[in-house]
Design a protein around this ligand. Sequence first.
Ligand code: G3P
Length: 217
Amino acid sequence: MKFFVDSADLEQITLLNDIGLADGVTTNPSIIAKSGRDFKQVIAEICAIVDGPVSAEVIATEAEKMIAEGRELRKIANNICVKLPLTMDGLKACKTLSSEEIPTNVTLCFSANQALLAAKCGATFISPFIGRLDDITQDGIELIEDIRMIYDNYGFETEILAASIRNVNHIKECALVGADVITSPPDVIRKLAEHPLTEQGLAGFMKDWATTGQSIL
Ligand code: G3P
């Protein structure tokens, strides 16, 4: 399973990339606004850090303008992936950009039928938002399972990019049901390494080692 970092924080992206935990990056207009940075500039800097796909989202809501924005964003770097909303206009833009071999990430997916449409329109990635479904008492992981089954039934190559990850259990459950990719805030990725028994065990080892008076180096 690939790990994408859902952030425009260059420090956090670099840190995770250096240890092989940033197979790509996703952004959205809210993340860019939070960064306080110039959109194209910050995206270019992220593209220079990671080798994998960097999702940059269009702002237009009408297909022709989305296509123009997508082509413009793609000029920033060759690892740009154009993020498009799951609307009929977004699907039309997806079809056109995909036919030009521009990678696409269709976002704001909340149903299996929406995911089916994105695959039929040639999306590289589909982004189901699991946390936002959980927020309204629907089951986000069940949606990932449904999309996995539909894509496997028909051999669609669109990758399932589980988004709106809120906690470490989301990541485990995504791995169990076969999401191709998760995109997560950096702090949730770091939390995957944490366990109280690991901390407790290490403290015990260090205490006992100190009594030996030895050193390795
Ligand atoms: O990738 C989409 C993601 O950023 C949405 O997350 O937490 O705003 O639902 P959230």
